[in-house]
Design a protein around this ligand. Sequence first.
Ligand code: IDP
Ligand code: MG
Length: 140
Amino acid sequence: MSERTLSMIKPDGVARDLIGEIYRRFEAAGLHVVGARMIRLDQRKARAFYQVHRERPFFDDLVAYMTSGPIMVQVLEGENAIQRNRELMGATDPARADAGTVRADYGESVERNVVHGSDGPGTAREEIDFFFQPDELHSR
Ligand code: IDP
Ligand code: MG
């Protein structure tokens, strides 16, 4: 079933000019980029995006990291896009991520792990709506 997911290239990925490399991996895996934008999150927006983690000890550091520079936000569309993108990303902690995943190849730490991807259909819908209007998305 074709579905959509929200992806972000986090500030460390943009700063290291990994946009093209990561988009190449999406496209090679059959994930179409149907909407994309470069933005810089402010405190309010970063805190809102990561609401579910607000009680975690790393929350303030996470917000500081995510507001430290520009990010790319994109919507990926394809068969099993949510799961497929999570597979390309690898585990949250790059030290535990499978070889060949984005996080294993480029992640510096459990926090600075280069990419975000929605973790299920509900969060995918919410996260896409958080960043994009329907007319900004262009299905293949
Ligand atoms: P995910 O990005 O693999 O879905 P989540 O548990 O949803 O992982 O955590 C969101 C983000 O918060 C992670 O991608 C990472 O940047 C950061 N994070 C998660 N766990 C830790 C931690 O234990 N220490 C520091 N940062 C963390
Ligand atoms: Mg998550």
